[in-house]
Every structure is written in structure tokens, then in C-alpha cells.
Design a protein around this ligand. Sequence first.
Ligand SMILES: O=C(O)c1cccc(C(=O)CC[C@H]2O[C@@H](n3cnc4c(=O)[nH]cnc43)[C@H](O)[C@@H]2O)c1
Length: 275
Amino acid sequence: MVVQAQEGRLTTSAPAVHVLVATAVPVERDAVAQAFAASALEVPLPAAVLHRYDDRSAHGTAHGAQGPDGAPYVRYDLLAAGVGPARAAASTAAALTAAALAGTPYDLVVSAGIGGGFQPGAPLGSLVVADTVTAADLGAEAPDAPGGFLPVTELGFGVIHHRPPESLVRDVTAATEARAGTVLTVSTVTGSAARAAELTARHPRALAEGMEGFGVAEAAAAHGTPVLELRAVSNPVGPRDRAAWRIGDALAALTGAFGKLTPVLESWTPHDRAG
Ligand SMILES: O=C(O)c1cccc(C(=O)CC[C@H]2O[C@@H](n3cnc4c(=O)[nH]cnc43)[C@H](O)[C@@H]2O)c1
């Protein structure tokens, strides 16, 4: 349930752990929200609306940060940030800036959604946590280069990898029974065996691909905020076959993952947060 509320600023009291979750589309955002018992407060931003949930695990932790009533808790702001790396980066940057200006910066940004799984490493319905968030098609075609492609870093610009905090990746992977590996960000969904093989050759550790992670990570990095990416596998990466997509199963896996995330974030220490 979403409670309509007008709020002139982002928050009224400092949360224990302040997390921005950026999905691409509302159905993914709502799958994440289903993990939380509380109803949402709608927080309007200039170009988007955050759905805010204050979540407490059933048991809390000895090391958890303290909420207003003394119990450990995590504040999740859920944002349907748009499809593709550019739109996702713009929306995430807007939310990060609004929070910073309000004096309540985020501790963590999570890019979450469905994604394609490289087979056999990431079966349909499984969950992948990125230990590396990689821009797979940011660069130049170069017939003389290995694989016929030069990443943008080889051209002297930017970055193509972001690395989430190791301890957080380890703990989230364990808690959610996910697999950890590289998650690729692409601007074009892979639709052929040849393209899948090309990506695997260039990125042997790739387990999944999506279209937003790198954009979200770029926005987080600009604010010095750690990032995490979670992909629930809805389809195999390879020849386009819409009939093979299992979006419902992937959305259910996303809900399940977020149901297990709160205790991990409650016990995420400031030392680890430095990543
Ligand atoms: O091919 C189609 O007909 C088609 C119809 C509806 C949606 C799509 C998408 O590609 C949705 C992209 C959306 O979902 C994520 N996603 C899911 N699977 C993959 C994938 O194999 N490769 C890349 N992205 C994927 C992505 O993050 C977008 O948010 C296609």
C-alpha cells in the first residue's frame, strides 16, 4: 500500500542506513517493495517520485545502527529510474543530489531488476550479485583489436568498471543464495548466440547482463556513494526468444532477495561502508 503524502523535504530524522534502490520500471520497484511490511511514503522529487519504506528485520543485530526508537533499521527509497544506462544515471543522480542537498545523503545505491543470465552460470530465476559492474559496449569497433572492440578506457577516456564493496557483496551473496560475478551493462539486449559468445570472450566472468547498472554506478560514484547491483535472471542471454522469458519468476526472486537484505545492511559497519 502506498500512502499519499506531501513532504517538503526528503526526511524528518536521520535514518540508520539510507539506501536508494534504482529499478528500471515500476513493476520491478513494486517487486522490491513487496519485501517490506510497511506501507510507503511517496516523496516527490523534481522529475520522479520516491517510494520510501523504513524496514526493520525481525531480530535486529548486535552491531546494527539505531533507529529513532532504538531498534536497528534501514530506510529504502525506491525509484523507478527508467530503462537504459543514460536514463537510469540521470534519475539516480537527481535522487542523490536531492538527498545530499537535504543533508541526508545515501549510504548505498542499489541497482536492481531483472536481467539476462549467461548460461550455464546463471539459470532462469536465479539471482546474481555484481562483484564488478561493467559497461560492455562503451568503446569503439576496431577490426585490428582483440575481439574487434576497444573499450573507452583504451581510447583514453572514463572507466568501464565499478566495484561494489567486497564485504557487502560477500554478505549479500551469502544471505540471498545468489551467485557473484560480473554484471554487464548493455544498451542493446543481446539477441544472438554470436553476440553472447563475443561478450563471454571479452568478459569471461560475466554472469548476467542488464541495461542500467553501469549508469546507476556512475551516478553513485560521482557522489562518492558505494553501489551494489542485483539481477534476477528472467531470460538466457542469447538468441532472442520472448517465449523463454520468465519475468514472473525473476520478479519473485527479486522480492525474495530484498526480504533477506535488511539484516545484512543493518550490520554493515561504517568501516566496511568505505568499501
Ligand atoms: O525483446 C522484446 O520483445 C522485449 C520486450 C519487452 C522488454 C524487453 C526488454 O529487453 C526489457 C529490458 C529491461 O529488462 C532488463 N533485461 C532483462 N533481460 C535482459 C537481457 O537479457 N539483456 C539486457 N537487459 C535485460 C534490462 O535491464 C531492461 O531494464 C524486450
